[in-house]
Write a protein that binds this ligand. Structure first.
Ligand code: SF4
Length: 240
């Protein structure tokens, strides 16, 4: 085992630390051949990253719709930024974390309530008569995968937040916030796909979308340098 690990670690193609700011969804990653974490833990063949291109397009269209809706509803994402924080705090008490965690819990319960089968099998969720709709099934899979992922990453980002480093970009806090933002974007796109297929649930899903959009804006305000963070491999090499 040790020898195998040493051999894997010696692969010159490995990108150092790439697994620190990825989404850990190896089956859809373009860098499996250059990731020590993948090499040491997975052998599964990939489904490919094409889904992310599709969801990115859906995300852009959905955000236009959500921005308009939020403006009409008078929602101000700046609100959380303006709340101010005590000198010492537990990230769990931060309004951004509390909001993300609460939404993840509400969504989880919603998925369980609307589940027609085994909650651990995403293909059973709401999809009894939609098994042949691969986009729908992928969207539900994305929702399951990222639902609690974002609160874990926001927690880590808030934990590392340091006023002295406010102008620095390559910090763990910015890297964690960036991958959380990427996951939020994919969740927004996935819910948008689901909303189209579930007209009876449109109001509930629209509520999730609006809160996700608020979370997205509030994360960007809380971590203004997050989008500039360069993730090893994914952002530093073309095609990531
Ligand atoms: S970089 Fe890619 S292969 Fe490595 S752990 Fe992250 S998702 Fe998996």
């Amino acid at each position: 085992m040790k020898d195998r690990m040493r051999k894997l670690a010696q692969n010159k193609e490995n990108i150092e630390g790439i697994y620190n700011y990825c989404d850990r969804w190896c089956e859809r990653c373009t860098f499996t051949a250059r990731c020590l974490n993948y090499a040491s833990s997975k052998d599964a063949p990939g489904d490919g990253p094409e889904l992310w291109d599709y969801l990115h397009n859906v995300f852009e269209a959905t955000m236009l719709m959500l921005d308009e809706k939020m403006e009409r509803m008078g929602i101000d994402p700046q609100e959380i930024k303006n709340m101010g924080l005590p000198q010492e705090y537990d990230p769990k008490d931060h309004p951004l974390y509390m909001k993300v965690y609460e939404l993840s819990t509400v969504i989880h319960n919603w998925l369980v309530e609307n589940n027609t089968g085994d909650a651990t099998n995403v293909f059973e969720v709401l999809s009894e008569n939609k098994r042949n709709d691969s986009r729908y099934n992928e969207a539900i899979e994305v929702i399951y995968f990222y639902n609690f992922f974002i609160s874990a990453k926001i927690y880590r980002a808030l934990m590392g937040m340091d006023e002295d480093e406010e102008k620095e970009i390559q910090t763990d806090s910015n890297g964690s916030a960036k991958i959380a933002l990427i996951a939020v974007d994919r969740l927004i796109a996935a819910w948008s796909v689901a909303m189209e297929r579930l007209p009876d649930h449109e109001d509930e899903i629209l509520r999730f979308l609006i809160i996700l959009s608020e979370i997205r804006k509030q994360t960007e305000l809380t971590f203004p340098n997050a989008q500039k963070f360069v993730r090893p491999g994914f952002d530093s090499l073309a095609g990531g």
